[in-house]
Design a binder for this molecule. Structure first.
Ligand code: SAH
Length: 218
């Protein structure tokens, strides 16, 4: 079996091509591009799909969930960092296979990631370990309640869409903190929430398509 060797040899080149495409699509933050270039995405997708790992598409990861498209990961993180802001202590809701958490870990001091599907938590743990990413703290829980024991967070990022802002997540945002999420149901857009001294300020951004935020754990 020399599959792993084959992927190893091509991954640097295909990864570089993926970064070129992200640039073409308008991602400008060099630190975000470097973070995506540093994460071995092929370790986070199912083996049968590893050859497609650096295409700029969402791919299935089992349990009816998908690994996020690199462009969307890059775009959301670029928005969070706009104005040269550091991510600081970061919470991701909807860790899936751990890919985006791994990208966040390249940029943030501390990364907490929550996932509600047990088999995905196990897979994410394994993937993160194989990728040598030991910084991410994974929690098996319903992320709509955030992670009160670790709050407040400078950054919160949701990888699943919700029609309303989850109040627990708003309350766990530190002063000056930012949260980005796909807002909506059949029609969704990215929404950026900033916690300013005068209150929460919301900006409406790109139209997107994410899996829904669900209740409870399984
Ligand atoms: N961040 C992943 C994308 C995973 S897709 C990546 O990097 O590829 C979105 C994930 O959100 C799914 O795994 C889904 O199970 C999870 N999810 C949905 N509702 C959730 C909830 N209430 N709490 C935690 N995770 C949730």
């Amino acid at each position: 079996m020399n599959t792993a060797v084959g992927i190893g040899m091509t991954s640097a080149r295909t990864r570089a091509r993926m970064i070129d495409r992200l640039r073409e699509r308008g991602i400008r933050d060099e630190r975000v591009l470097a973070a995506l270039a540093a994460v071995p995405r092929h370790l986070f997708v199912e083996e049968a799909l590893a050859s497609r790992a650096y295409e700029d598409t969402a791919l299935p990861l089992g349990s009816s969930q998908t690994i996020s498209q690199p462009y969307v990961v890059a775009r959301m993180i670029e928005i969070l960092r706009a104005g040269g802001r550091e991510l600081g202590k970061t919470l991701e809701i909807g860790a899936g296979c751990g890919y985006q958490a791994s990208v966040l870990a390249e940029l943030a001091d501390e990364v907490y990631a929550v996932e509600r599907i047990g088999v995905l938590v196990e897979r994410a743990r394994l993937n993160l370990r194989r990728a040598g990413q030991l910084k991410v703290r994974l929690q098996y829980a319903d992320g709509q309640f955030g992670l009160p024991e670790a709050a407040p967070f400078d950054t919160i990022i949701l990888a699943a869409a919700t029609p309303q802002l989850p109040p627990a997540l708003l309350s766990q945002l530190a002063p000056g903190g930012r949260m980005i999420l796909p807002l909506g149901a059949s029609e969704q857009h990215l929404s950026l929430i900033e916690r300013r001294p005068e209150g929460f300020v919301e900006s409406r951004l790109d139209d997107v398509r994410f899996v829904p935020l669900r209740q409870g754990v399984e």
